[in-house]
Design a protein around this ligand. Structure first.
Ligand code: FES
Ligand code: FE2
Length: 332
């Protein structure tokens, strides 16, 4: 076995954990009344789902006397009750009850436990991470509208934990030369790469060979922030790939996929769809051994044909500017 270099040797000292919305669980992983301690962003937080169905997240240690809120706590109504002295907290980190005191100080009622913005969309629970607790700067992207009179069918879900910084995973889509070398497919041609604020958009329209002759295929990938991208693969079939990449810490990343297809597909098209999904999954398995062992090259030796890697990195650097206002607030 090859010894893995220490974090600093992999070049990650120049890559902190970016801010953004990140998937931290699937909706079906936390039922009403359930509490989870989650480890992402090099830290921990405690998440629970109240009776109202709403998911909340707070820092892990009770501000009273320091109990870990993931150990022995219970959900009371919509609130989290600490095991140690039964203080109760709402999703904003405000105290709603202390069983042995007559008057809860108003300051504690407002908030005394740092809470995390949490949203749930399309079966995924997202938490907003910012090391200085700045408020969310953009909205989570949603599933595209299905074609008329149809709906999306969730066909497959996948997840992987990879030993690599999350920036390197999404850089892969801009790395044109690796498509041929690693995946044996032609990479996206240049000139369809757009950056717009917090969003990155790749759109490829290409002639694809099919048994019935060439047809126009579209690959459209829109990444919103560092943690989320939506890929659409449209030709004889139409696959939607919802991807979330979430930093567990600076060198471990949790990747989640939900793969959807259109309703009402014939058996033949279902087969093509399943093959397309298999192919996407195969590509990740081809990338993983390289990801697990590589270092980050801050000054790569790039040549023509490598793809818009540096434009990608320039945009990504914004996710590390922890004091910077949103791009819309910056004069061009
Ligand atoms: S430590 Fe949590 S209620 Fe006392
Ligand atoms: Fe790849």
């Amino acid at each position: 076995m090859v010894a893995k270099p220490a974090t600093a040797d992999r070049g990650y000292d120049s890559l902190p954990i970016p801010f953004g919305w990140f998937a931290v669980a699937m909706s079906n992983e936390i039922a009403e009344g359930e509490i989870r301690t989650l480890r992402y962003f090099g830290t921990e937080f405690v998440m629970w789902r109240g009776e109202d169905g709403v998911v909340n997240a707070v820092d892990p240690y009770c501000p009273h006397l320091g109990a870990h809120l993931g150990v022995g706590s219970t959900v009371e109504g919509n609130d989290l009750r600490c095991a140690f002295h039964h203080w109760q907290f709402n999703g904003n980190g405000g105290v709603t009850a202390i069983p042995y005191t007559k008057m809860v100080p108003p300051k504690l009622k407002r908030s005394c436990l740092p809470s995390w913005p949490v949203e749930e969309h399309d079966g995924v629970i997202y938490a907003w991470y910012h090391p200085r607790k700045a408020a969310p700067k953009w909205e989570i992207a949603r599933m595209p509208e299905p074609p008329e009179n149809e709906h999306w069918i969730l066909a497959e879900t996948h997840e992987w934990v990879v030993n690599i910084h999350c920036q390197e995973i999404t850089e892969n889509g801009q790395d044109h030369a690796h498509f041929g070398a690693v995946h044996g497919v032609q990479g996206p041609p240049a000139g369809n790469f757009e950056l717009d604020g917090w969003v990155r958009h790749n759109r490829v329209v290409a002639e694809m060979p099919t048994p019935r002759g060439p047809m126009t295929g579209i690959i459209d990938v829109k990444a919103t922030g560092p943690g989320q991208s939506i890929g659409e693969y449209i030709d004889v079939t139409h696959v939607v790939q919802m991807q979330q990449v979430s930093p567990i810490d600076a060198e471990h990343t949790h990747i989640r996929w939900q793969l959807y297809h259109r309703s009402g597909l014939s058996e033949g098209r279902l087969r093509v769809t399943a093959a397309r999904m298999r192919d996407l999954v195969k590509q990740v398995h081809q990338d993983i051994p390289i990801w697990n062992a590589k270092i980050f090259q801050p000054n790569p030796l790039l040549v023509e044909g490598d793809g818009p890697m540096m434009a990608y990195r320039k945009q990504y650097a914004r996710f590390y500017q922890f004091d910077e206002p949103a791009p819309s607030e910056i004069a061009a």
